[in-house]
Design a binder for this molecule. Structure first.
Ligand code: S3P
Length: 441
């Protein structure tokens, strides 16, 4: 699919974005591991969480829906999972593959997991190795470094796992295995990654402990074996989806965009801190905690058209890792230099987002250089419409759409936009509701 976008005037309006992708995966998986019914509302009906649902069904879990965001999981405990008759296909979804590996590590059968060409290129040794140290057998044609991977689980021993790079997916996989192991399993990260699994485990009756370490690290521990009980989870709007509209509102002068009912977990909202440092006018109204333990509220951004460049790195990176494509767009329209460092992980996402954003923003006239671990962006300059490509990556597609709205003149043609279905099937409709000139080609 191709989409044409005309540089637009101000963007104005209120939106509710679809359910959070990370939280949707976790609600389905914990529901499937728990005893009793789990009722999920706001479940993201995008391709990635649907891959999780398909894999869980193949493991014998009874699931109804999703229908209008409602998913009912009939949990009979992870002990009731059955050997799948076929290979489990995680599609484009790293979270599906990595979290399921963790849950399967304690099961006494073999399962093979694979995914699309992008997922099969992504590193899996970071999750296979800790699970092996707990007693699972994980292998594959590339020695278990990439999918397809076959895991044969069984009786696990608890482990102390140190992650070289903060990763919520790896942390969560180890915790899901740790729930099934005898003793205390600990995961230490150099800085804190998103804590949705920890919050949701508490909502499912699990016991998790967390500690900040002197020197900046973070540790999460679970004592196994533990069993979970079904829960009610209301999935908030996805901050990572809202991010595109917040950046659009910030860069297009005269705009005013409000996103309602969005997740405001502080391990996810680093972009708000950075946009404020860039000079954006942002108001946050924190409402409440949703069932499931996540903070929710409304965010409003007004476009002053006067953003300035910033330096971003260190422990902030895990708090905005998925928002860097959107942040790169804000930086291209800001005054002065933006430097993003410590973000080499971006090269191992659905695409190499460092290479992709640099190449495509350059086509629009942006002055962007790649760094091994980030981007160097000289803001300002003359930008205009051009033909660009989404690199098969939903977040690159949406970031380029925001850039296309903000360029001074001309039309931008974005190739390969069907990938937005991964996390936000109605993205272009919602962008149009704010006043953007979007046409499907
Ligand atoms: C996610 C964790 C992050 C993030 C991804 C979703 C999750 O990945 O980039 O989009 O749901 O746990 P890593 O764990 O690889 O950092």
């Amino acid at each position: 699919m191709r989409v044409r976008i005309r540089g637009s005037g101000r963007l104005r309006g209120e939106l509710v974005v679809p359910g959070d992708k990370s939280i949707s995966h976790r609600a389905a998986i914990l529901g499937a591991m728990a005893h009793g019914g789990t009722e999920i509302s706001g479940f993201l009906e995008g391709e990635d969480p649907l891959s999780t649902v398909r894999c869980l069904r193949a493991l014998g879990v009874g699931i109804e829906g999703p229908r209008e965001g409602r998913l009912l999981v009939d949990g009979a405990g992870v002990e009731a999972w059955r050997e799948p008759a076929a290979v489990l296909d995680a599609g484009n979804s790293g979270t599906t593959l990595r979290l399921l590996l963790g849950a399967l590590a304690g099961r006494g059968f073999a399962a093979t997991l694979t995914g699309d060409a992008s997922l099969r290129r992504r590193p899996m040794d970071r999750v296979a190795e800790p699970l092996r140290s707990m007693g699972a057998v994980v292998g594959g044609p590339e020695g278990g470094k990439t999918a397809p991977l076959t895991i044969r689980g069984g009786k696990l021993r608890a482990a102390a796992v140190e992650l070289a790079v903060a990763s919520a997916q790896v942390k969560s996989a180890v915790l899901l295995a740790g729930l099934q192991a005898e003793g205390v399993t600990a995961v230490t990260e150099p800085s804190r990654s998103r804590d949705h699994t920890e919050r949701m485990l508490a909502a499912f009756g699990g016991a998790v402990e967390e500690a900040d370490l002197p020197g900046g690290g973070h540790r999460v521990t679970v004592r196994g074996p533990q069993s979970l009980r079904g829960a009610r989870v209301a999935v908030p709007g996805d901050f990572s989806a809202a991010a595109f509209f917040l950046v659009a509102g910030a860069v297009v002068p005269g705009s005013a965009v409000t996103v309602r009912g969005v997740g405001l977990n502080p391990t996810r909202t680093g972009l708000l801190d950075v946009l404020r440092r860039m000079g954006a006018k942002i108001r946050v109204d924190l409402e409440d905690f949703a069932p499931g333990g996540e903070p929710v509220g409304d965010v409003t951004v007004e476009g002053t058209g006067e953003l300035r460049g910033v330096e971003v790195g260190g422990s902030l990176i895990p708090r905005l890792i998925d928002e860097i494509p959107a942040l790169a767009v804000a930086a291209v329209f800001a005054c002065g230099k933006t430097v993003i460092r410590d973000a080499a992980e971006l090269r191992a996402k659905e695409s190499d987002r460092i290479a992709g954003m640099a190449a495509e923003l350059a086509r629009l006239g942006g002055r962007v250089r790649t760094l091994p671990d980030g981007l160097l962006i000289e803001g300002g300059g003359k930008l205009g419409g051009a033909a660009v490509d989404a690199w098969g990556d939903h977040r690159v597609a949406m970031a380029l759409a925001v850039a296309a709205c903000a360029v001074g003149g001309g039309e931008t043609l974005i190739q390969g936009t069907e990938c937005v279905n991964i996390s936000y099937p109605d993205f272009f409709r919602d962008l149009t509701l704010l006043g953007a000139g979007v046409e499907a080609d």
